[in-house]
Design a protein around this ligand. Structure first.
Ligand code: SAM
Length: 196
């Protein structure tokens, strides 16, 4: 992750979050009122951990956040944060056990992003693959009426992904946070009310 020293970078540093991306989730939460005390939340693509830290603050002592990433978290671990280091695309046995154990989740989040190559079409299709896997996981482990938040790089297949989402959620909203970098080509989809 590149570290531009912009407004949100400095704000994150001052407020003790390891990444500026926390402000995107804050904006999403302000708009859609996602979090409540005691919830169980799955955070896919969680490193360095700013979403995990913010989610835990929102869901309180009784809440549980399960965080998954290829890379380790850079936040202090505490009770109620369960971290699995690994590849979500592989869905290995140990991860499935953790998901079985802590599900059903009230909310599934995915801020996953591929390592970008600079080749637009490759980056877009890798982002789509991650978003589709996040949707598969949400279908399996999210509660009925639960909420799904997923980031995707804009590309030609995004409308098809949105259509797919509409099959599984009562309402699907798109959101572009102000705190996304100006040059960013990412969109968040919010699936509200998972259908039975
Ligand atoms: C934008 S960062 C997430 C930032 C995080 N939400 C935060 O606020 O600290 C995207 C993350 O997706 C992770 N990622 C990419 N592909 C993945 C995969 N196949 N399995 C798990 N994590 C993956 C990357 O390792 C990276 O840490």
């Amino acid at each position: 992750m590149k570290k531009y020293r912009d407004y949100y970078f400095n704000k994150a540093k001052k407020e003790n979050y390891p990444a500026r991306s926390v402000y995107k989730l804050k904006e999403i939460n302000n708009r859609f009122k996602l979090f409540k005390k005691g919830q169980r939340v799955l955070d896919l693509g969680a490193s360095p951990g700013s979403w995990t830290k913010y989610v835990k603050e929102q869901i309180g002592n009784q809440g549980i956040v399960v965080s998954v990433d290829l890379k380790v978290l850079d936040i202090p671990m505490q009770r109620g944060i369960i971290f699995f280091q690994g590849d979500i695309l592989k869905r290995d046995e140990k991860l499935e056990k953790i998901l079985d154990n802590y599900s059903p989740f009230d909310i599934v989040l995915s801020d996953m992003a591929p390592k970008t190559t600079g080749v637009k079409i490759t980056d877009q299709s890798r982002s789509l693959e991650l978003a589709e896997m996040a949707l598969d996981v949400a279908n399996e482990f999210l509660k009925t009426r639960g909420i799904f938040v997923v980031k995707i790089f804009n590309g030609p297949d995004v409308p098809r992904f949105q259509t797919q989402l509409r099959k599984y959620f009562k309402t699907v909203k798109t959101f572009k946070p102000k705190s996304s970098r100006a040059e960013s080509k990412e969109t968040f989809f919010i699936g509200l009310g998972k259908l039975e």
